[in-house]
Write a protein that binds this ligand. Structure first.
Ligand SMILES: [Fe+2]
Ligand SMILES: [Fe+2]
Length: 141
């Protein structure tokens, strides 16, 4: 007993949606602020990340509506810095948080027999893992 309810899952998906908006805005701002030839290739990656975060938000909004919820338009403030390394660390922190949230969310979706949602969340998770790898590479980790 004491499993997750559909309403609780909708609330959690809305938190995920809000953080996808934040990630999209944060990457858009960071790619504009990053400086220097050494950061040119990661700067291009951040442009792609921003587009992929928007695609995640789009998919989550559709899923939340399908489940009977109202997709949020609120979001936490993005993290900013004028230091290249600090910006990339902020981005990596966001990705690591997303990875752990989506791992939990896949289990919760399956608990409610929402296998189509679980499949979509798996696709999102795979992209977040690629984002984390790009950032880890750029940070020399
Ligand atoms: Fe995302
Ligand atoms: Fe991401």
């Amino acid at each position: 007993m004491a499993g997750i309810t559909k309403e609780q899952l909708i609330d959690l998906l809305n938190r995920d949606l809000a953080l996808e908006y934040t990630a999209c805005v944060q990457y858009t701002q960071h790619q504009g602020v990053l400086k220097g030839a050494m950061y040119q290739s990661i700067q291009k990656e951040l442009v792609v990340h921003a587009q992929e975060e928007l695609a995640h938000a789009t998919a989550l909004a559709a899923q939340i509506d399908y489940l009977g919820g109202v997709p949020t338009v609120e979001m936490p403030a993005p993290k900013t810095s004028r230091d290249n390394v600090e910006m990339l660390e902020q981005d990596l922190e966001g990705e690591n948080d997303a990875i752990s949230r989506y791992i939990a969310r896949i289990r919760q979706a399956e608990e409610l027999d929402l296998y189509h949602l679980a499949g979509q969340l798996r696709n999102i998770l795979a992209v977040e893992q690629e984002h984390a790898m790009d950032l880890g590479q750029a940070l020399g980790r």
